[in-house]
Design a protein around this ligand. Structure first.
Ligand SMILES: N[C@@H](CCC(=O)N[C@@H](CS)C(=O)NCC(=O)O)C(=O)O
Length: 205
């Protein structure tokens, strides 16, 4: 059975959500964000960065939420949450995964880090307006790419919608302006997924 190491309301929610979408059995191990959890020698042996998510399955360890998402969706390809490798649809899937992690998440994370995540002496508040401007630019590209489709690749929900949607949820939590109506509707559509509700309940249990 897959072991998922996580923290509630963090990037590990991407994986609990995906596991629920895939209908897989898994053990959820909630870690504390301290020397007894994320920074313990036992966990650092799994993820030397001391971060979540990580999965362990049959002795295989995998970290990075984007890599775990693609791996699990590919492994359970019969669930229809990822296009086959080598297809044009897969190229678009990968393009939006990289966009989510490199273009959309990064400026948002910079805002988060310099507002409340980093130790106070490491924060540089002067970078925040630039990160907000970059984030708004990424939202414009995202909105144009989504257009009037319900999901980023078309009519069907795909695992990449988890990466994009989860990042949008963060933007809402971080009180960033989302001017595009199609993105607001997309976030709402994803919030309504039953698998996400089950994932949140599992994390809080
Ligand atoms: N690029 C990594 C980032 C992982 C990450 O930063 N996770 C955060 C939670 S959202 C964490 O574990 N932070 C704890 C820490 O840095 O001490 C991924 O997408 O998996």
């Amino acid at each position: 059975m897959i072991k998922l190491y996580g923290l509630p309301r963090s990037r590990s929610t991407r994986i609990t959500w995906l596991l629920e979408e895939l209908g897989l059995d898994y053990e959820y191990i909630a870690l504390s964000p301290d020397q007894k959890g994320l920074k313990s020698p036992e966990y650092l042996a799994i993820n030397p960065g001391g971060k979540v998510p990580s999965i362990v399955e049959n002795g295989v360890i995998l970290t990075e939420s984007g890599a775990i998402t693609t791996y699990l969706a590919d492994k359970h390809t019969d669930c229809g949450l990822i296009p086959s490798p080598g297809t044009t649809q897969r190229a678009h899937y990968d393009r939006w995964s990289y966009f989510a992690l490199c273009e959309l998440e990064q400026p948002l994370w910079t805002i988060g880090k310099h507002t409340f995540v980093l130790p106070e002496e490491k924060r540089v508040p002067a970078v925040i307006p630039t990160a907000q401007w970059e984030f708004q630019h990424a939202l414009t590209l995202f909105s144009e790419g989504l257009g009037d489709k319900p999901y980023i690749l078309g009519d069907d929900f795909q695992a990449v919608d988890i990466l994009l949607g989860h990042t949008l949820f963060w933007a809402i939590t971080f009180k960033q302006d989302i001017p595009q109506e199609n993105l607001k509707a997309y976030a709402q559509r994803l919030q309504g997924r039953e698998a996400l509700q089950r994932a949140k309940a599992r994390e809080e249990a």
